[in-house]
Every structure is written in C-alpha cells, then in structure tokens.
Write a protein that binds this ligand. Sequence first.
Ligand SMILES: [Zn+2]
Length: 220
Amino acid sequence: MLENLKKEVVKIAQEADRSGLCKHRSGNFSIRDEKTGYVVVTPSGVDREELTFHDICVVDLEASVIEIETNVRPTSELLMHLQVYKTREDVLAVSHTHSRFATAFAVLKKEIPAIVYECANLSLKDGVIPVASYGRPGTKELSESVIEPIKRSDVILLEGHGVLAVDKDAKESLLKAHYVEELAEVYYRTLVINGGKEPKAFSVEELGKWQYPSEIKLNK
Ligand SMILES: [Zn+2]
C-alpha cells in the first residue's frame, strides 16, 4: 500500500544522505497520506544506499504498524514524527537530520536568529528558529517537547540532538532542513568574524513583507 509515497520517502532519505545532510544512518523521514491518515516512515538501522520502498513502514498516528513488507522496524524516533502530525494538521512531511552546524547550536540550546532574508520562507513566528528542550531520543518526553516550538516555526532545533523541518511537501521539508544547516553555518561564521557578538537580525514584521516584485510584468 501507499507505494508512491514510500518511493518518495526513499528518494528524500537518499538525497539527504548524498548531499551530506545526514550520514551513517542518522536522520529519519516521513510523509502523511492525506486520504488514510497513515504515515510512511523510514526504518531504523538500514543503510540508505540499500534502502528500497519495500523497507518503508506504514503506521497510524497511534504508532501501530499497519504494514511492513521486510524484516525492519520503524525508526525509533517515530513518536516525534507522529507528534508533529498530531500538532500541525497542515503538515504532510517531516525531515529529521543531525546536520552538523545546526546541531552545534542545538547542543548549546541556542536559538538561531533570522540573520538572512531567506528566513522569510521558514514561517518563524518569533523571528528565530526555536529549540525544543531535551528529551531522550525515542521517548514520549522528546515527542512532547516539540509541541510548542513546532507551532511557532516550520523548522526547530532539538536540544543536544538535531533538526526537525516540516512542510506540506516532502521535497520542501528537506529543502528547509538544508536552509537550516546553511543558516546555522552562516550564523556560526558571522559570530566568529564578529568576535562572538550577535549580528543584526530581521524583525518578524520585515520578514512578513516579502512579495513578488510588481515591476515584473507577468504575461498572463
Ligand atoms: Zn535523531
């Protein structure tokens, strides 16, 4: 069942690995099927290059397995994915990575401010990428810690752990995970150049003003 969604999850997971966003089996990815409400999710402990759509697990929002074709188990971080879907009805895809620069800020429990205008695409209600308080990976405690921050932003850091990025579309959720990593690297470099002093950041109001230039005359 849900073969097309399973194939999409495999594509996203392998793309994340190839681009260096997550390595060594870390990170996990899921998509929610709008019709059935089921979630397709990557398994734990399978090398990405060997991953096929047969290894993708189908579960319901209460973490009951609906279908698994091969001898695998859903990612141990499943509860966190499911909590996001329960919290945000608009979300249909979740990408979770341990990308390095972003995780460095997650270790320090340090929010990343909107220092480049690209942040306008991340739905940052408070003008920062928030950090969910620590919860041991795989636990209910971790899944509950994401509830408040994920209401405030499409991308969040997980204290001492990594990154969560969400969207209606799987490819876009991965793109947002890339943006977070890029932003974290720029923030890190800016702090270094600036002698550790905080750089200027955009306000929520300024971020909300972006629009396509009216001077471009679209031939419609
Ligand atoms: Zn993780």
